[in-house]
Design a protein around this ligand. Structure first.
Ligand SMILES: *Cc1c(COP(=O)(O)O)cnc(C)c1O
Length: 377
């Protein structure tokens, strides 16, 4: 059995450290805020090279609080992609904004800068590119459009801790960046957690106030906020795991390289591309196949787990029916949703396991080729 993801394997390596840290927090009596949260914020900011970082309850909270802190008002339009996890767009709606989708590039699966220019209207206030699968979006053309139109840009970096764009770390490229530490992410809590990073100290202070019921002094509420805090226990465990993130990301890149060497690259299988500008951290290893569902079933029967990211693009979800989209509106996103399959990916995968997956994929493509030849002869 080769699972699609093995969250627990990350903890097996460092279990004594995690248990010691958890015991320390339990004994401290400090479970909300405090030194563990502050230390994690400083250490994560240093890791990505961002001047400021504030820990929050989840990646969804990070996006929501960032949009509120940016002053989103009803009627404001925010542009993002339909090929992402729904939280990106949900947070726009909960902040009071209106979602405007633009299609993704069919090869990189990230925001298409040309489609972006065409979609900007008089009510547009901001842009949210997503570094999907750990692969940075092509930020320079996006930032150029944003600057020329006076729009802010927030990176959805929930899948891309440690990724680089033209050598610059993701999370430092735009006005702000949002991270998720959901357990399955490259840096995962043992529960829910997230963070907002930015170079703008005043903006970060607004997020900090919003996450704490709009108060900077206890029971003096300056604005309406909510409980968007990062748990002390999660912050403490994240500090332990952060020390291993560079190695784990390197491990993911090594696994991706093995896949690149061992997978068939033909007609019926498109391995992920890594454009010159991108250093991906391979949150997911997503391949394309026109026979995606059959391939998934084939691998499943051989004990190999796979995932779909994501099977139905956001513009066709019932949750966004009010936007009035129909099939065909965003052809690249729709095709990606139908053809993309995530193969097993985590840093502890061994080369023999990658070989096993690659062999099973090769067998599948060969059997299909032979079948096609037989049908036409
Ligand atoms: C995981 C994820 C989020 C949301 O993060 P949570 O911590 O689960 O709330 C947002 N955007 C993207 C692209 C994600 O993958």
């Amino acid at each position: 059995m080769i699972p699609f993801l093995d969250v627990k394997a990350h903890h097996d390596e460092i279990l004594p450290e995690l248990l010691d840290k958890a015991a320390e927090v339990i004994r401290s009596g400090r479970y909300a805020g405090g030194p563990e949260v502050e230390s994690f914020e400083a250490e994560f900011a240093a890791f990505i090279g961002a001047p400021h970082c504030v820990g929050v309850g989840s990646g969804t909270d990070a996006l929501l609080l960032a949009f509120v802190a940016l002053g989103v008002r009803p009627g404001d339009e925010i542009i993002t992609v339909p090929q992402t996890f729904i939280a990106t767009a949900e947070a726009i709606v909960f902040a009071g904004g209106t979602v405007r989708f633009v299609d993704v590039d069919p090869v990189t699966h990230t925001m298409d800068p040309l489609a972006l220019s065409a979609a900007i209207g008089p009510r547009t206030v901001g842009i949210v590119p997503v570094h999907l699968y750990g692969r940075p979006a092509d930020m320079d053309p996006i930032l150029e459009v944003a600057r020329s139109r006076g729009l802010w840009v927030v990176e959805d970096a929930a899948q891309a801790h440690g990724a680089r764009y033209k050598g610059r770390p993701v999370g430092t490229l735009a006005d702000a960046a949002c991270f998720s530490f959901y357990p399955g992410k490259n840096l995962g809590a043992l529960g829910e957690a997230g963070a907002v990073a930015s170079g703008d100290a005043a903006f970060i202070e607004r997020v900090r106030t919003l996450r704490e019921h709009g108060q900077r002094r206890k029971y003096i509420h300056e604005v309406v906020g909510l409980n968007g805090r990062l748990d002390s226990l999660q912050a403490a465990l994240l500090r332990v795991k952060l020390a291993h993130l560079s190695d784990w990301n390197a491990g993911r890149r090594r696994v991706a390289q093995w896949y690149g060497e061992l997978l068939p690259d033909g007609d019926d299988l498109a391995p992920p591309v890594e454009p010159d500008y991108a250093e991906s951290v391979y949150h997911l290893y997503a391949v394309g196949s026109r026979h995606r569902d059959a391939l998934a079933e084939w691998l499943d029967r051989r004990g190999i787990g796979t995932g779909l990211h994501y099977p139905l693009p956001l513009h066709l979800q019932e949750a966004f029916a009010s936007l009035g989209h129909v099939k065909g509106d965003f052809p690249a996103a729709e095709r990606i949703a139908e053809e993309t399959l995530s193969l097993p990916m985590y840093p502890m995968l061994r080369k023999e396991q990658v070989q096993t997956v690659a062999d099973a994929v090769r067998e599948f493509t060969t059997v299909r080729l032979v079948g096609r030849a037989a049908a036409t002869s």
